[in-house]
Write a protein that binds this ligand. Sequence first.
Ligand code: KG4
Ligand code: ZN
Length: 337
Amino acid sequence: MKDIVLLAIESSCDDTSAAISINDKILANVVAVQQVHEEYGGVVPELASRAHMQHIVPTVDAALKKAGITKDRLDGIAFTAGPGLLGSLMVGVSFAKSMAQGLQIPMVAVNHMEAHVLAHLINDGSPIPPVPFLCLTVSGGHTQLVEVGKDYTLKVIGETKDDAAGEAFDKAARMLDLPYPGGPLVDKYGREGNPHAFTFAQPQMPGYDFSFSGLKTSILYFLQNELKKDPDFRQKHMADLCASIQHTITDILLKKFEKATVGLGLEHVAIAGGVSANSYLREQFKRMAEQLGWQAYIPAFQYCTDNAGMIAIAGYLKYLRGEWADEHTVPSARLKF
Ligand code: KG4
Ligand code: ZN
């Protein structure tokens, strides 16, 4: 069979990314991070769209150069169609449409959350989970338990009813006076701390759903109380606070993950999404799987946080099925699968 070379574009939130793939292998995966949001403590949608406009051409160019591929070798273009920020998505979709039309090649529209899960199929030498498997996708906007079945059909069996796990990390980090995005910093400081130093509320949810808003309130009240007694409480206990918050979020996630895996009778388990880059979650997830005799799959760091490599692999599967997008395709902020 002929090799399929794709350009993939990801622009759903605050990172502009372009990847080049050949079949299920990624030749280049370039990510331009937007610094502009740091001073606002969160992603500012209009600034994100504008930064995508600035980054998209150089990012695509860098990916082509890194892969050593010229535009005329491309067989198609995959792009993120949602979910995400509409203005950000529109930059990627419009760029993909014009380039595909200029080159007279087909396009495939990819669901960002589906792509986080399918990142596990990238052929980078690491073991690929056989179906059926259960994937916990944890990102800045979503927290989902996804059952992956035959032909990689995906089914959400549980999700958060309020904040996403990444949001819980970022909001907790903000309460600790850490800059945005705080998740990676909670990870960094938490490594030196005691995960059992402080106890926070773990909201109970029925079935396989999650909730993080009670945890957020619990951290807020605890800090307000301690700061009244000692205004330097956060600085003095930063490592223990980060370790304990990280432990609580991980515990909430893994308890449900275990319940769902047992409930469905599965033996292959995976994590995906930005929060799956968290070192404590990765470690605890591996430990849980080992104890229960399950096979655990964790993506390489570069395929955890938002990247176009995952859009390329999801696009490749759709390309093989002939599921094309056309000039009428529009992005959707709340795209489901
Ligand atoms: O998947 P992702 O890159 O973007 C979305 O689709 O939302 O996930 C971003 C989220 C942010 O909330 C960020 O703080 C979190 O992932 N994150 C982390 C770590 N790296 C990224 N959270 C905890 N520990 C990390 N190492
Ligand atoms: Zn994402």
